[in-house]
Design a protein around this ligand. Structure first.
Ligand SMILES: Cc1cc2nc3c(=O)[nH]c(=O)nc-3n(C[C@H](O)[C@H](O)[C@H](O)COP(=O)(O)OP(=O)(O)OC[C@H]3O[C@@H](n4cnc5c(N)ncnc54)[C@H](O)[C@@H]3O)c2cc1C
Length: 528
């Protein structure tokens, strides 16, 4: 019997394996893909890139690793991040405990033996004391159920399942469906290649310029000289990396000063924009000032006023859907070979053999790209038949939305852990920081049990109910629930509308988890 099964070999599964090995435990990782890297293994679309700066978006657990690795750009592109993941796998000799091309289909708790029995689609059957889900928040790619897709005579792709050999769009008419982060990254590059690009937009997004550039060697040197402190600040921060955070209300300063501040942040680029004022995500009036600034920017870049108007988000506060980061996204709509098609007013009627029909008009395309995102946070977990005590299924327990204790565990499912599960900061943070925190916490918990000869740990229903309430209360103190976002499950028909991540902040959350551990795992029942 194994000590642990880990599902997924992205950054979460890889570090979990390394950490458990360090404790002298036996672990096996099952990974559906053919290689490590998770997100960065699957998302190979043109322009795929990290929105968090390279020096922040990397493991901190090994000083040798962070000192020896050299990032080439301010924001790393997918191939470089994948190379990094492979480097880590080699450097720490991870592959010998990873079974690739094996998708976990079931994980069932055996109450008599107190073990998890895990099965894969390749016929593996293993038993383990602990089952750790490192399945990813954004790994269950979604293609909406469009009528007629099966009749389409061209080729179609999903950004999150991009062919490894790449796709050549030269001379072809391409349709991109969706305008979220992956679309915003890929559209400028596809437009440069394609004969014509149709962008089918339901909801426009707010996107910041990346101002990407080669990594400044002086900056790299400075960070590497003080990496311990740099990492410490990131761990204690709100979002897992340090941004220049103001202590003022947007409404307490003059319009001129506000404009200056927004302009400075726009010119700096990246995700720090939302930190310009303390109340941008809690006051609609404050938020409107930032949204107005953005809309004016879009109108100043896009020459056709009707197209600019369509690109301006108007129905939800800025920052409440994931803020995007782009290179030349809005300017791409000035190209003669790019057409924006509004599918909010008139939704896509059908995919035809030759293209996409909207409001009676057929847009002829050779290739279709679905940039339609993921069944976020819960999709990959619920794809697995997970059964806990008394045969209860995770699917039934979460029918009304995910319920967890700390985003790490679920009542009724002893010795089952999730890395960056719903109810933790996860997708609202620099995810590598959140992953490392969860992995370290789980490692600490397993050590605690082992030292005391305790066979099982399980969240109590009361602690879970209180945590769910807290996550909900904090979420509803913000403007986030106002947007029909994937944070709310709104991109998946029929998914319960619940604000899934914990908005309380990475530093605050870490403190809460540490307190729970320091109090002998408060809110958990330890037994056997
Ligand atoms: C396009 C894109 C851009 C992103 N940009 C950023 C960013 O800028 N900053 C940031 O912090 N985060 C970003 N993220 C989030 C990103 O997912 C995380 O940063 C991080 O890579 C997650 O690592 P993970 O190991 O938790 O999950 P993943 O990387 O998703 O890995 C999960 C792995 O589990 C495997 N798996 C799932 N289910 C099963 C199963 N049943 N059996 C076997 N294997 C299974 C999957 O194949 C996958 O390889 C981005 C995500 C996407 C999709």
């Amino acid at each position: 019997m194994l000590d642990a099964v880990i599902v997924g070999a992205g950054f979460a599964g890889m570090y979990m394996l390394h950490r458990l090995r360090g404790l002298g435990l036996t672990a096996r990782v099952f990974e559906a893909g053919r290689g490590v890297g998770g997100t960065w293994y699957w998302n190979r679309y043109p322009g795929a890139r990290c929105d968090v700066e390279s020096m922040d978006y990397s493991y901190s657990f090994s000083d040798e690793l962070q000192q020896e690795w050299h990032w080439t750009e301010r924001y790393a592109a997918q191939p470089e991040i994948l190379k990094y993941a492979n480097h880590v796998a080699d450097r720490f000799d991870l592959r010998r405990d990873i079974r690739f091309e094996a998708r976990v289909t079931a994980a069932v708790f055996d109450e008599v033996e107190r073990v998890w029995r895990v099965e894969t689609d390749r016929g593996d059957r293993v038993a383990a004391r602990f089952c750790i889900m490192a399945t990813g928040c954004l790994s269950d790619a979604q293609v909406p159920d469009f009528e007629g897709l099966e009749t389409f005579e061209g080729k179609w792709y999903h950004t999150g399942r991009w062919p490894h050999e790449g796709v050549d769009f030269a001379g072809r008419r391409v349709g991109v469906i969706g305008t979220g982060s992956s679309a915003i990254q890929s559209i400028p590059l596809i437009a440069k290649q394609a004969a014509h690009l149709y962008v089918f937009q339901r909801t426009p997004n707010y996107s910041m310029p990346a101002h990407n550039a080669p990594l400044d060697p002086e900056y790299e040197r400075r960070v590497k000289a003080t990496y311990a402190d740099f990492r410490h600040q990131a761990r204690e921060s709100r979002v897992g990396f340090v941004v220049d955070r103001s202590g003022d209300s947007a409404l307490a300063v003059s319009p001129e000063e506000r404009e200056r501040e927004y302009e400075t942040r726009w010119n700096r680029g990246g995700l720090g924009f939302s930190a310009a004022y303390t109340d941008l995500l809690t006051s609609r009036d404050a938020n409107d000032t930032a949204a107005d600034f953005f809309r004016a920017k879009i109108r100043s870049i896009v020459r056709d006023p009707a197209v600019a108007d369509l690109l301006c988000p108007k129905d939800y506060p800025i920052g409440t859907k994931r803020l995007c980061v782009d290179t030349d996204y809005y300017a791409t709509f000035n190209r003669d070979n790019v057409t924006l098609v509004d599918v909010k007013k008139n939704p896509i009627e059908t995919i035809t053999p030759k293209g996409v029909r909207v409001a009676g008009v057929e847009y002829a395309v050779d290739d279709l790209v679905f940039a339609t995102g993921f069944d976020a946070m819960t999709g990959a977990l619920l794809n697995i038949d997970i059964r806990g005590r008394g045969g209860r299924t995770l699917a039934a327990e979460w029918a009304g939305g995910p319920r967890t204790y700390l985003g790490l565990t679920v009542a009724g499912f002893p010795n089952l852990f999730m890395i960056t599960g719903p109810g933790s900061p996860s997708v609202l943070s620099n995810m590598i920081v959140s992953i490392e925190q969860h992995v370290d916490w789980i490692a600490g918990c397993v050590t605690h049990l082992r030292e005391r000869g305790v066979a099982a740990i399980e969240a109590t229903p009361e602690a879970q109910a209180a945590w769910v309430q807290h996550v909900n209360d904090v979420g509803h103190m913000t403007l986030y629930p106002l947007a029909p976002s994937w944070y709310m499950g709104a991109n998946i028909p029929g998914k319960p509308r619940v604000f899934m991540p914990y908005i309380g902040g990475v530093g605050v959350y870490r403190q809460k988890c540490d307190e729970v551990a320091a109090k002998g795992y408060e809110g958990f029942a330890l037994g056997g």
